[in-house]
Ligand binder design. Structure first.
Ligand code: PNS
Length: 161
């Protein structure tokens, strides 16, 4: 059975992420979306909210599920018998950071490979940060994120104001 992990912060999940999840789910038997519990970043959405949002928007993808993880990605992958890490590449600006991460991970876990999927051109400019910034100014982000996330953003911005 082929099992891959798509790791990230997903603060929040965008349509670009969702596109990568769908395409990965067509390539592997099981795709685990690993949501990082990063104590160094202060996310807009809590870890639980990010995992719940993801599970909501992937509910129609039977072989994908979101879970949280902390610590080293490759350790989590080993513990869960995952041999492939999936990452999306939007533009050449992503490449340096992604290559460094893939090489470092492979150095300490040579049995785990990183596979890059090029982001759909439609979403090549899109990031969670841009979505959050737009939403904070009241811009409609319904074409950038799943509907569920768009509502969650509206609630979050109103609550926090
Ligand atoms: O969505 P992001 O923030 O670009 O995702 C980055 C992520 C979660 C893939 C990366 O920070 C990560 O794997 N963190 C876990 C800790 C780890 O394994 N670090 C070594 C990476 S070289």
């Amino acid at each position: 059975m082929s099992r891959a992990i798509y790791p990230g912060s997903f603060d929040p999940v965008t349509l670009g992420h969702l596109d990568i999840i769908k395409r990965s789910a067509a390539m592997f038997d099981e795709v685990i979306i690993g949501v990082l519990n990063n104590t160094l970043k202060s996310p807009l959405f809590s870890l639980e909210e990010r995992v719940n949002m993801l599970n909501e928007v992937i509910s129609d993808i039977p072989n994908a599920r979101a879970v949280s993880f902390d610590g080293l990605l490759v350790e989590f992958a080993r513990q869960n018998d995952i041999k492939v890490i999936v990452r999306g590449l939007r533009a050449v600006t992503d490449f340096e950071y992604e290559l460094q991460m893939a090489q470092s991970n492979r150095k300490i876990a040579p049995e785990i490979d990183t596979v890059f999927l090029t982001t759909n051109i439609e979403y090549s400019y899109l990031s969670s940060s841009i979505v959050k910034e737009y939403a904070s100014y009241g811009v409609d982000v319904s074409e950038l994120v799943p509907e569920y996330v768009s509502s969650a953003l509206k609630n979050k911005m109103n609550i926090d104001k």
